[in-house]
Design a binder for this molecule. Sequence first.
Ligand SMILES: O=C[C@H](O)COP(=O)(O)O
Length: 260
Amino acid sequence: MTNQTRTPLMAGNWKMNLNHLEAIAHVQKLAFALADKDYDAVEVAVLPPFTDLRSVQTLVDGDKLKIKYGAQDISAHDSGAYTGEISGLMLAKLKCSYVTVGHSERRQYHAETDEVCNAKVKAAYRHGLTPILCVGEGLDIRKAGQQVEYTLAQLDGGLKDLPAEHAESIVIAYEPVWAIGTGEVATPEDAQEVCGAIRGRLAELYSQDLADKVRIQYGGSVKGGNVAAIMAQPDVDGALVGGAALDSDEFVKIVRFRDQ
Ligand SMILES: O=C[C@H](O)COP(=O)(O)O
């Protein structure tokens, strides 16, 4: 399997932006701009804040939109006395498809360790959600030339004891932290180096067949103008988009990367 046969996944991580009314307007714009052929070529997903999910679900269900949606985080627990947490059970009830796990902002501001990410990945699978496991190095690690070892260690931690039947559907997002929200996009070669190493490690942990099925996204200052070169890399199967996902015109350009 090559990146010609893996369906690219373009996911917009809205982070802590857009209230539920803005979310409805934004998804409507995307739905209006994207034609059926776009969805045939690329899987499109939005990852709004929790407070928007019900509104997005109502819109997607009501108009039978092909756009997928998911959450930006999940509790490792299914229910109980965990104030402020949102469980996989709740996300599944809202028919979420995806959930990001271990985004660098969760790791940095909420001290999420690889162990916590591993528990969250397993919680997602308990409820039929597909995790997008985020990995990637900071600037100090990159300057030391340790980006591959560092990122693969995060991958190992996040996937610990995850059975192949689940791992084969996971999405991995490689996001070098120094490229997030900075305008400093990794070169296509930088992205390929680590994404290729991630696929190699998946083959070691599971099998080549499984590794060939897994979609690996790049994330970090992706825009309409740079997406095509990144997507041309053999081990890059999509993008996890932050800032540019808040602009519907720009996100549509990213979805239509083959036209760039
Ligand atoms: O989840 C998305 C990433 O953090 C990338 O954000 P960015 O596109 O604003 O650099």
